[in-house]
Design a binder for this molecule. Structure first.
Ligand code: HEM
Ligand code: HEM
Length: 216
C-alpha cells in the first residue's frame, strides 16, 4: 500500500469563516441571554441570521464540497455509509444530516427571535407586526428550541472528537486551514479570489437584508 497523501482543498475560505464565526456568535447568543443582556442577544442573533442566509445561498452559489449537492444524500447512501462504504472529501452522508439539522434549528432560532418578547422590556423587531398570542407562542418555541440546539452542538462536537480519537481522522485541521491529506486524489474546491469576492458580495447582501428586516 502506498503512503502517498494528496493535499486537497476541501473547505474554501468563506465556508471556514462562516463556520468559526457562526460557532462564536451562537455561543455569544447563549452567553448574552443568560447574562440578561438582551440588546447584545438581539444583535448577535441578527448576525447569526445573516450568516445562515449566506450559507444557504453559498450551498448553491459556492463551489466544491460546500455545495449542498456535494453532501446532501438520501437514506440509501446513509445506510451504505453506516455499513462501511467509503465517501469522498467533505461532510459524510451521516454528518450531512447533523449539518442540515443545525442549520435548520439555528434558522428557526434566529428567525423566531425576531418575533419574541421577554414580557419585560425587550421586544424582537417584528413582534409588533404579529398578534401578542403569536409572539408569545414563538417566544415559547424560541426558548424550547434551546434544548434541541444544545443537543445538536454536543453531538456535533462529540462526533468530531470520536473521529479524532477513535477513527484517527482529523476533521478540525481542514476546517481551519482548508486542506485535508487524503490517500487518493480528488478535485480541489475552488477557493480563488473570484470565489472569495463572490462570497463577500453575497455576505454583504445578506447583512443588508437583515439590517433592512429589523428596521421594518
Ligand atoms: C456553537 C458551536 C458550533 C456550531 C453551531 C457548529 C456548526 C457547524 C456547521 C453548521 C457545520 C457545517 C459547515 C458547513 O458546511 O457550512 C460544521 C462543521 C464542522 N464543525 Fe462545527 N459548529 C460548532 C462548533 C464546533 C467546534 C467547537 C468544533 C471543533 C471541535 C467544530 C468543528 C467542526 C468541523 C471539523 C466541521 C466539519 C465536519 C466535517 O468534516 O464534516 N465545530 N459545524
Ligand atoms: C441564533 C440566534 C439565537 C440564539 C441561539 C438564541 C438563544 C436563546 C435562548 C437559549 C433563550 C432562552 C434563555 C433562557 O430562557 O434562559 C432565548 C431567549 C430569548 N431570545 Fe434568543 N436566541 C437567538 C436569537 C434571538 C433574536 C434574534 C432575538 C430578538 C431580536 C432573540 C430574543 C430572545 C428573547 C426576547 C428571549 C426571551 C428571554 C426571556 O425569556 O426573558 N433571540 N434565546
Amino acid at each position: 500500500m502506498s503512503d502517498t497523501a494528496f493535499k486537497i482543498r476541501v473547505w474554501d475560505l468563506p465556508t471556514r469563516l462562516f463556520h468559526w464565526t457562526l460557532a462564536a456568535l451562537v455561543i455569544g447568543s447563549f452567553v448574552s441571554v443568560k447574562m440578561g443582556n438582551m440588546d447584545w442577544h438581539g444583535r448577535l442573533g441578527y448576525a447569526v441570521l445573516a450568516l445562515l442566509l449566506f450559507r444557504l445561498i453559498w450551498g448553491f452559489a459556492g463551489g466544491g464540497y460546500s455545495r449542498f449537492t456535494a453532501f446532501v444524500r438520501g437514506p440509501g447512501s446513509i445506510m451504505a455509509y453506516l455499513r462501511g462504504a467509503s465517501h469522498g472529501p467533505g461532510h459524510n452522508p451521516l454528518g450531512a444530516l447533523s449539518v442540515l439539522g443545525m442549520l435548520a434549528a439555528l434558522l428557526f432560532q434566529a428567525s423566531s427571535g425576531l418575533f419574541t418578547n421577554d414580557d419585560i422590556a425587550f421586544e424582537g423587531p417584528l413582534s409588533r407586526h404579529v398578534s401578542s398570542a403569536l409572539s408569545s407562542l414563538l417566544t415559547t418555541w424560541h426558548r424550547r428550541n434551546e434544548t434541541i440546539l444544545i443537543a445538536l452542538v454536543v453531538v456535533h462536537v462529540a462526533a468530531i472528537m470520536y473521529y479524532r480519537l477513535r477513527l484517527k481522522q482529523d476533521l478540525i485541521s481542514p476546517m481551519l486551514t482548508g486542506d485535508a491529506l487524503l490517500p487518493s486524489p480528488y478535485p480541489n474546491s475552488p477557493d480563488n479570489l473570484t470565489m472569495r469576492l463572490r462570497a463577500l458580495a453575497i455576505a454583504t447582501a445578506c447583512a443588508a437584508l437583515v439590517a433592512w428586516i429589523i428596521t421594518l
